[in-house]
Design a protein around this ligand. Structure first.
Ligand code: FE2
Length: 294
C-alpha cells in the first residue's frame, strides 16, 4: 500500500537493497513514501505559495522542460520567469532523484512538471475532472499507445503548520486487477476509426490505441459509479508538508481529497523496461479481454 523510505538526500547513490525494494514496490502498486525528503522553497519563492498564481481555468500550472514554456498561470514578466525557474528546479531535482533510485529504468522519460497551488477541498468540479474521486490516470490528449507507464513524483511544499495542517490527503483503492475485472465487462467497444480521426485532427498527440480508449473509459466509469466510490475498499494516506511520494498513477486507484501547494513531475516508461512487465495495466487488460490492446 504505502512503502516508506528513510531517504533525506536528493542525490544518490542509493544502496542496491533500497533500489531493488523501490522498483519492486512500485511495480506491485505501492505508493513510495519519503517522509524526510523535503523540497524547500527559497525565501524569494515563498510568495509563490499563493492560489492566485493559477489562471483560474487550468487546475495546475505546468512547465514543458524541453521548451521552458509555462502554462496555466496568471504570473507575467519577471514573476513568470522566476516561477518557471522554481518549477524547473523541482523537476530537475525530481528527475535526478528518481533516475538514481530506479537505475533499471534506463529509458525513463521526463515529461511535464506541474505546480498545484489551489486547495483541493471545497473546489467545484465536473464529475469527470473531479480528482477527489477514485480513478486511475488517463489523459484524453496524451495517448500512451502501447501501454507506456505514467509514473509521478510529488512533493508537498505547503508550509508546516503548528496544528498539523497542510497535509495532502489521498485515498488509495484496491489493486488494479480486481478493479479492472469489475469495470471491463461494462465498457463500450473501441472504434479504431475515431482514434485515427483524433490523431489526424490533432485532438490527440499521436493516435489513441485500444489501450488508451480502455483506460479513458475506466477512468470515467470509476468516477461515475457512486456505489463504487462509496463502497469499494480504500484506505486513507496522508502526505505532510516536507514529504514526497512516487507512484504509478495509471495503476494505483487514487483520490486526492485535500491539500494545497504540491509540485509534481511526470515520467513515462515503456512497459518492456519494467522488471515485471506482466504487472503493467496493458498486460492485465489484455489478459482480461483476451485481446491485444497496444
Ligand atoms: Fe490522478
Amino acid at each position: 500500500m504505502r512503502e516508506t523510505f528513510d531517504i533525506a538526500s536528493w542525490t544518490g547513490p542509493f544502496d542496491a537493497d533500497t533500489r531493488t525494494r523501490a522498483q519492486t514496490a512500485l511495480e506491485n502498486g505501492s505508493v513510495l513514501y519519503f517522509p524526510n525528503l523535503a523540497f524547500r522553497l527559497g525565501n524569494s519563492e515563498m510568495g509563490f505559495l499563493d492560489a492566485r498564481l493559477t489562471d483560474g481555468k487550468a487546475k495546475n500550472i505546468s512547465l514543458d522542460h524541453t521548451s521552458g514554456k509555462i502554462q496555466g498561470t496568471s504570473a507575467v514578466g519577471e514573476d513568470a520567469v522566476r516561477l518557471a525557474a522554481m518549477i524547473e528546479r523541482f523537476g530537475a531535482g525530481a528527475t535526478e532523484f528518481v533516475t538514481g533510485l530506479l537505475p533499471g529504468y534506463a529509458g525513463l522519460e521526463r515529461a511535464r512538471t506541474s505546480y498545484r497551488p489551489v486547495e483541493v477541498e471545497g473546489r467545484a468540479y465536473s464529475v469527470i475532472s473531479d480528482d477527489r474521486l477514485l480513478h486511475v490516470d488517463a489523459f484524453p490528449s496524451r495517448p500512451m499507445q502501447a501501454g507506456r507507464r505514467i509514473l509521478r513524483f510529488f512533493a508537498n511544499v505547503a508550509p508546516v503548520k503548528a496544528n498539523g495542517g497542510g497535509k495532502r490527503r489521498w485515498h488509495v483503492g484496491e489493486p488494479f486487477e480486481p478493479f479492472a475485472r469489475k469495470f471491463v465487462p461494462r465498457l463500450r467497444p473501441h472504434f479504431p476509426g475515431k482514434s485515427w480521426l483524433y490523431g489526424k485532427l490533432g485532438v490527440t498527440r499521436g493516435q489513441r490505441s485500444a489501450y488508451d480508449e480502455m483506460m479513458l473509459s475506466l477512468h470515467d466509469a470509476a468516477k461515475l459509479d457512486a456505489d463504487y466510490q462509496n463502497n469499494s475498499p480504500q484506505s486513507a494516506v496522508e502526505f505532510p508538508p516536507g514529504s514526497c511520494w512516487l507512484v504509478y498513477t495509471d495503476m494505483v486507484l487514487h483520490a486526492v481529497l485535500a491539500g494545497e501547494f504540491a509540485l509534481e513531475q511526470t515520467f513515462h516508461l515503456d512497459v518492456a523496461q519494467m522488471g515485471e512487465p506482466g504487472r503493467a495495466p496493458i498486460r492485465v487488460l489484455e489478459k482480461l479481454t483476451g485481446k491485444m490492446l497496444g
